[in-house]
Design a protein around this ligand. Structure first.
Ligand code: NAP
Length: 550
């Protein structure tokens, strides 16, 4: 795919040269793009610094084969521009990555965003100068800029992590991480391909690679509970209906817990007979999207007995779809119930294992010993490979912050402050870091959301706040210690009610490949988007209560 940037890397600034803006935004993904548009429309001077060569964030970087939405396309796009909604036509109910990137490039063109974005600019530090009341940022080649307000739009899943397996650098074949997939086409035809990782990304990759690879070896450490996506093209009739009902679509999303089109069923799993329960699960399993996960009985993610019934149903489905019973058992998770980690949506994923060219290595019984020049050595033997694909995930939510040296008042390091788990106010600000806003940051409803819906809420909140502070002549905003402590306690409380806080996953800040990320700490906000929005509205209505303003 061609590089779409129009602005090149700014040259390193001469000593003393540090352009000033009202606002600096880090990241030109969906949140950074919308934030730029909103603030610029209000007359703020804004500059965006983006590590990639084009707009799109997640959809710019994740070009791996099979990458596509798990949210319905028509519930995912920006909702703020009625003209854009009528103009853009999604081709499939769950659009593939190239189409989503085209969409975001179209938005950048339509809103003329690129003129205020510096591409290929990886911000490496951000320091608050207390005396001057400004944030100074520095990017990788030594360029600098400063602003009164700093907004991070760095995304929750944007810091890819490689496995800490000995010998990764020794492999002489092709090697790719899904989160930094190359821009040139990659062919699997006739090749012996190995994939490490079976999360949402691995599942999408495996389905695709299995179509053409000579052999595909999947190295699975933990199976996940997957459910069918049931994707389909959007017909002309559906297109018309979608365009005519955007108001209802977004209203429905607003009302649901995670802003998806799927809304939890008001019944509890045990309130109905076994036959009714089974019929309901069958219905959801046959429907597109996340319905089986978040449109299910309202207690399947919080009550173990209820969850067991669903888990048992999905296990039976896996057994029915995989021909080899012993292999089916390996694909069935044993250490967590359905939906307590992010559910990968799949298209004939389980059937892939019925193909003669596909093999599963269960790393629990046959662990990887090392990677060498020609492949992967496990305890039981050597796997000769032409290509290794690392679908090993991300240092989630806080990882992208950790990769920037962010210093607040008195040189306080954000990395250090969050070492024992994030502490935030509304998932949008941090005590000790005045004038810093963290869109889609930890403890923010956007981290467990049909993300553009929550991005728009985050951006609208920050925009309204900055506009009001400008009107009031306020130049500094920072949460009070009490507001931060109360919000952090509330966030943890919302998590306690859910089964997924009892399971290791990126939701809980676990990443086996990153030192210090082996202890569970709740990164999301589980109170639901409607409650989060209500809280933000109340804070705004009360003059931004909880923020110390000066
Ligand atoms: P992930 O869910 O964290 O999965 C990483 C996988 O790599 C896991 O199977 C993990 O095994 C394995 N792994 C990591 N280190 C390993 C090692 N050293 N040895 C062997 N295996 C190792 O990451 P992801 O699949 O990239 O997904 C992250 C999130 O991105 C998803 O949950 C989802 O929110 C988002 N996503 C969204 C879409 C979409 O909307 N369509 C698509 C893809 C991803 P363990 O489980 O044992 O750690």
């Amino acid at each position: 795919m061609p590089d779409t940037s129009t602005a090149s890397v700014p040259a390193a600034s001469p000593p003393g040269d540090c352009p000033h803006y009202d606002v600096i935004i880090i990241g030109a993904g969906m949140s950074g793009m919308y934030q730029l548009h909103r603030l610029r429309s209000l007359g703020f001077t804004v500059r965006v610094f983006e590590a990639g060569g084009g707009v799109g964030g997640t959809w710019y970087w994740n070009r791996y084969p099979g990458a596509r939405f798990d949210s319905e396309s028509w519930s995912y796009g920006y909702s703020f521009d009625p003209e854009l909604l009528q103009q853009w036509e999604w081709s499939e109910h769950f659009a593939p990555q190239p189409e989503t990137l085209r969409y975001l490039e179209h938005v950048a063109d339509k809103l003329d965003l690129r003129r205020d974005i510096s591409f290929n600019c990886r911000v490496r530090s951000a320091r608050f100068d207390e005396g001057a009341g400004v944030w100074r940022i520095e990017w990788a080649n030594g360029g600098r800029a400063q602003a009164t307000w700093l907004i991070t739009a760095v995304g929750p899943l944007s810091a890819p992590t490689m496995p800490t397996i000995p010998g990764v650098a020794d492999f002489r074949g092709e090697a790719y991480h899904t989160g930094t997939w190359p821009h040139h086409p990659v062919s699997f035809a006739g090749k012996r391909v190995g994939v490490i990782g079976t999360g949402a990304t691995g599942v999408q990759t495996i389905q695709e690679v299995a179509k053409t690879a000579a052999t595909l070896t999947v190295f699975q450490r933990s199976p996940n509970w997957c459910a069918p996506l049931h994707n389909a093209p959007i017909t002309a009739e559906e297109q018309q209906r979608i365009k005519a009902s955007y108001d209802e679509i977004f209203e429905r999303c607003r009302e649901s817990h995670g802003c998806f089109i799927h809304k939890a069923d008001p019944r509890k799993a045990m309130e109905v007979t076994e036959a009714e329960r089974e019929a309901f699960y069958e219905k959801l399993y046959a429907e597109p999207g996340f319905g089986i996960w978040i449109g299910n009985f309202r207690d399947v993610l919080s009550d173990r007995a209820a969850n067991d019934t669903l888990t048992d149903f999905i296990a039976r489905k896996i057994r029915a779809r995989v021909n080899d019973p012993a292999l089916a058992e390996k694909l069935i998770p044993r250490n967590h119930g359905f939906g307590t980690r992010r559910v990968p949506l799949e298209t004939r994923y389980y059937e892939v294992y019925n193909q003669p060219n596909v093999r599963l290595v269960d790393l629990r019984e046959d662990p990887i010993e090392r990677i060498d020049a020609t492949g992967i050595r496990t305890r039981a033997g050597h796997h000769d490979l032409d290509m290794i694909i690392y679908a090993t995930g991300f240092d989630a939510v806080t990882g992208a912050f950790d990769r920037i040296d962010i210093r607040g008042r008195g040189g306080l390091s954000l990395r250090k402050k969050w070492a024992g788990g994030p502490r935030t106010y509304l998932g949008l600000q941090v005590e000790g870091f005045p004038n810093l806003f963290t869109l889609v940051g930890p403890h923010n409803s956007a981290t467990f959301c049909n993300i553009p819906r929550c991005i728009e809420q985050n951006v609208d909140f920050v925009t309204a706040m900055l506009a009001e502070l400008r009107d009031r002549g306020v130049r500094r905003a920072e949460p009070t210690p009490q507001a931060e402590a109360e919000w952090t306690a509330h966030v943890n409380e919302t998590g306690e009610k859910l089964l997924f806080t009892q399971v290791d996953s990126w939701f809980m800040g676990i990443n086996s490949n990153v030192p210090g990320k082996q202890t569970r700490t709740f990164l999301l906000y589980a109170g639901g988007a409607p409650a989060y929005r209500e809280k933000c509205d109340e804070v705004a209505a009360n003059g931004y209560r909880g923020f110390a303003l000066s």
